[in-house]
Structures are given as structure tokens and as C-alpha cells.
Design a protein around this ligand. Sequence first.
Ligand SMILES: NC(=O)C1=CN([C@@H]2O[C@H](COP(=O)(O)OP(=O)(O)OC[C@H]3O[C@@H](n4cnc5c(N)ncnc54)[C@H](O)[C@@H]3O)[C@@H](O)[C@H]2O)C=CC1
Ligand SMILES: CCCCCC(=O)CC\C=C/C=C/C=C/[C@@H](O)[C@@H](O)CCCC(=O)O
Length: 254
Amino acid sequence: MLTGKVAVITGSGQGIGKTCAETFLNNGAKVCLSDVVVDRLQATYEEFKLQYGAENVHQIPCDVTDKTQVEDLFKGTVDTFGAIDIVFNNAGVGIHEDWESVIQINQIGVIRCTYLALEYMKKSSKGPGGIIINMASFAGLCSSPLDPIYASSKFGVVGFTLSHALHADVVDSGVRMVALCPTFVDTTMIDDDNMKYFIEKIGVIKKEKLAEVVLEMVKDETNNGKCMVVTAQFHYYKDDFPKVEDVFLSTKQS
Ligand SMILES: NC(=O)C1=CN([C@@H]2O[C@H](COP(=O)(O)OP(=O)(O)OC[C@H]3O[C@@H](n4cnc5c(N)ncnc54)[C@H](O)[C@@H]3O)[C@@H](O)[C@H]2O)C=CC1
Ligand SMILES: CCCCCC(=O)CC\C=C/C=C/C=C/[C@@H](O)[C@@H](O)CCCC(=O)O
């Protein structure tokens, strides 16, 4: 159970973010919903307020590319619920004609939200500690012909999260940093003819199943710096990334 915990989820007006919000609420957390599309956010807020009670759900519109709005999101959540224990940096876009905005939203947005959330969560600032989950994708781990900019933004999220987890600002902060890399999930993001070939080969993850994995990540207190891969059949922490120690210079001659 997540009783007493407070979660913020970016891009939670629909899709994976909305389903994860519902799973957190079902497990006793209080949730601050957030999205750049205000009417979508409002509709989800009204739905959850009826179901879970106004004392458990809050909404703050936020475009993750706007520093002031992100600051207002985290400050507003603390003002409402008293603290932040869980941040799911989920907001993102798929294939998009404006490639620079894909990097701005998917990669820079995640970095910005992580830095600002940490200020409210780290124990040295009297925060409770907790977990920041950064949404990447399986397309952030493999070479994929789907869309090089999308893939690049997601590789960036994996690299940032796994590296930041080891940074001095994080290791003693009480906050875990974890990356999430699902294959295709049943949202409107995958309504694209170019993806059909891959979807037939790889399958599709149900949002509810992915949300259960996210819940498992929140409950695991030993996962700082890990990268969760989720497929239609299984999920696991990927542990075969090269480590810097692998290339430490040895005194032995080869
Ligand atoms: N659906 C899939 O197959 C997969 C999705 N992902 C990632 O999961 C995340 C969620 O995607 P879905 O739920 O599938 O898509 P979705 O399109 O249903 O939901 C994304 C949400 O993010 C919001 N958003 C977009 N730009 C934003 C911004 N600048 N600021 C705040 N919110 C913004 C949208 O309004 C939307 O409500 C994305 O980061 C996506 O890249 C990762 C792997 C697979
Ligand atoms: C571009 C927008 C995509 C949005 C949704 C995702 O993030 C889903 C990405 C998931 C998986 C991508 C996998 C790509 C794999 C291919 O490069 C290839 O490795 C698969 C080969 C399959 C085969 O031929 O057997």
C-alpha cells in the first residue's frame, strides 16, 4: 500500500500517466495530476475526484518545457498535500514534425522536472526522500528505425537517469532515480501505420499491466540507478550496461 504517500505524475490527463494515477490512488496514495492539455486534465480530475474524494486528488496544469510551470507544479503539490514522495516524469510525445520539441519535451522536460522535484524531496532540504521514475522507452535502448529523434530523446532519459543516480547530489539524498523502458503500450501514441510491423512482432502491453510494474518499482527500496524493461511478456531490471570500472586502467599489461 502507498497510504500516506504523495505522487506527482506529469502527462496524466490520459494514457499511461492516467492509468498509473488510478493505480496509485487504488493503493492509498494522494495524487497530483498534471498535463499541458487543460480540458483533458480537468476531465480526469473530475472523474477521479468523484471516485477517490477531493482530499486525495489535486490537479495542476503544467507544460514540462516551462520552468515556471514546473516550479509551480511541485510547490503547489507540497502546499496542498504537505510533501512529495513519488514523481513519475511520464509526459512525452511520439513522432512529431517539430523534432526540436520532441527533445524539449521528452528529454529536457524530464531533466528539468527531476532537478526541481529533487529540491522538494531530498532529505537535506527536509524532504521525505522517495523515488523519481523517468519514462524512457525500449526505443531508448536499441537501434530502431521508427524515429531517430524519439529514440535519441529516450536514450537521453536512460543516460541521464542512470548517471544522475550515481551523482553526489543524489546518492545521499534518500531519493531513488529509476528509468522505465516499455515496448509498445495500448495508448493513442501507437496509432501509426509505421508501427504496425513492429507491433505484430513485439505485441502490446496493457496500460494496467504497466501500472502494476510501476507500482512494483515504487515499492522496491533498493532500485536506485536501475532501468526497468517491460515487454508484453515479461519485465526485468536490465543489468548488463557497461560500467566505467570495466575500462579502469590496469597495472597488468595485456
Ligand atoms: N505508448 C507507448 O507505446 C509507449 C509510450 N512511452 C512513453 O510513455 C509516456 C506516456 O505516453 P502515452 O501515455 O503512451 O501517450 P499519451 O499521448 O496518451 O499521453 C501523453 C500525455 O503527455 C501529455 N504531454 C505532452 N506534452 C506535454 C508537455 N509538454 N507537458 C506536459 N504534458 C505533456 C499529453 O497531453 C498526454 O496527456 C511518453 O513519455 C511516451 O513516450 C514509452 C514507451 C511506449
Ligand atoms: C516512435 C514512437 C514510438 C512510441 C512508442 C514507443 O516508445 C514504443 C517503442 C517500443 C519498441 C521499439 C522497438 C524497436 C525495435 C526494433 O529496432 C527491432 O529491434 C525489432 C525487431 C523485430 C523483429 O524484426 O523481429
